[in-house]
Structures are given as structure tokens and as C-alpha cells.
Design a protein around this ligand. Structure first.
Ligand SMILES: [Zn+2]
Length: 247
């Protein structure tokens, strides 16, 4: 099938060696994909800077089997996977706009034409089914055979690696409640998540990152307010009068 370019995406970001591991905090792989660029501390980290990054991220996200990575590499010419990574970044930023303009309310059928670019990726799929032995560690329903029907995929072109991503995005649109898609309230944070908590009161990407920063900021604010009140009380005219009266 002829490749359809999604555009070159962001200019290729230089990949530092000291990046923290990618973050999977979104409770949905489609939103985890949007979080493959973020600011976990104070500088922007790009986890999909090139083709090898993309394969590593997909393996960590469990969207491809690490055993398939070698055959994906073998089917790619030099530089092709870097080009696919650029397409993945472009897909990511297009989908981020879609999510940010629809989150907090249900997605209706009116959005279908906006989702056309995602359908164009999904239609390239060369997926197929296969009956395979049921893994031993999966509990077998009493009436089930020792087999399961598994969806597999041919990796005949490098840009097939966009398919598991597109599927995750499509699942988010079709099967998740967009009223529960939220942005972290951290001041410089761009991370998104699906609030699956019982009380639907999640505010932070992570309590150890933005949650903790917000707690410390609130503490500093309270301490500063207290100090201000003490200074004001010390300098108040009543206090001076009271002191004078005593002497
Ligand atoms: Zn955050």
C-alpha cells in the first residue's frame, strides 16, 4: 500500500541519554501515547525522538511484542523508522488537539469527520487472526478449550508500527468516557489521563510529581501568609500603644 505521509511532525528533537523512563500514568494506552512527550521535572522530554525510541516506547507500552522488534527492523531501510517516528509525533500532536477540544464531555457522532486522519491509518491494517494455545498462566473458563483466538499483525512495512498506536487511539474514542479525560492540574504539566478513580476526583498525573509539587507550594503559601500575619501584628499601632501603656 502506498505510504500516506502524516507530515513531518515536530523538528527532530535531540535525544539526551539521561532521560527518565517514559511515563505510563494515564490509565489508557491512547493517552499514554500523548504523554510520550512531557515535562516530568523542569525540561521537556521527548520519548519518541527517533525510530529506535519509537520501538522502545511501543515495547514498554506493551503495544508490540518485544520479540517482533527484530523483524520490524529487518523490514526497514536505514532511516525509514526515523521517518515513521516523525509520522507518529505528527499523529500524536493531531490527536492531542482532538482530545483537548473534546475532553470533559461525551464525543458525539458529529466528530466523525474530524477523525478521518485516524481512519486513514486504521485502513492500512494487515491484521489477521490465529488460533494459538491458551497461555498456561491465563485462567481457563470451565467450558473453554485449550486455545484462544489471537489478533496478530504482519509488519511488512515500517509504518505498520503506527497501527497499534492508531488502534489504541480509536479504542479511546470508541470505548472510553471522554467526560473522564482530564489534564493534570500541574502548572507546567501537559500530561493527560483517564480518571478511573472511585470518586472521580483525580487531579494530578502522579502524586509523586505534580501532586507533591502542589502540596509543597500550598505549604509554602501557608507559611508565607503566617509570617506576614505575625509581621503585621508586630507592627500594628495597637501593639505599639499597648507596649507604651505597659512602660
Ligand atoms: Zn502533572
Amino acid at each position: 500500500m502506498k505510504k500516506r505521509s502524516l507530515g513531518s511532525g515536530d523538528a527532530r528533537t535531540p535525544v539526551p541519554d539521561n532521560r527518565p523512563p517514559p511515563m505510563f500514568i494515564a490509565d489508557h494506552p491512547g493517552l499514554d501515547f500523548l504523554n510520550s512527550i512531557g515535562t516530568p521535572v523542569d525540561s521537556v522530554i521527548e520519548w519518541i525522538g527517533n525510530g529506535e525510541d519509537l520501538l522502545a516506547w511501543l515495547s514498554e507500552a506493551k503495544l508490540i511484542d518485544p520479540a517482533e522488534v527484530a523483524s520490524i527492523r529487518a523490514n526497514s531501510f536505514p532511516g525509514e523508522l526515523d521517518e515513521v517516528a516523525a509520522q507518529a509525533r505528527a499523529l500524536r500532536e493531531w490527536f492531542r488537539d482532538f482530545v483537548r477540544s473534546h475532553m470533559g464531555r461525551p464525543v458525539t457522532a458529529k466528530a466523525l469527520n474530524l477523525l478521518e486522519p485516524l481512519n486513514r491509518v486504521l485502513e492500512r491494517d494487515e491484521g489477521y487472526g490465529a488460533i494459538v494455545p491458551r497461555p498456561g498462566n491465563h485462567r481457563k473458563p470451565t467450558s473453554a478449550s485449550g486455545f484462544e483466538l489471537r489478533r496478530l499483525r504482519r509488519w511488512s512495512t515500517p509504518n505498520a508500527v503506527l497501527l497499534p498506536i492508531a488502534e489504541a487511539l480509536a479504542h479511546l474514542v470508541c470505548s472510553s468516557d471522554f467526560t473522564l479525560v482530564k489534564a493534570c492540574e500541574g502548572k507546567i504539566c501537559t500530561l493527560l489521563f483517564l480518571d478511573t478513580t472511585h470518586g472521580k476526583a483525580r487531579r494530578w498525573c502522579s502524586m509523586t510529581l505534580c501532586g507533591n509539587r502542589a502540596k509543597q507550594a500550598a505549604h509554602r503559601q501557608r507559611s508565607a501568609k503566617k509570617r506576614n500575619e505575625v509581621t503585621k501584628a508586630k507592627n500594628s499601632p495597637q501593639r505599639h500603644r499597648a507596649h507604651k501603656g505597659k512602660s
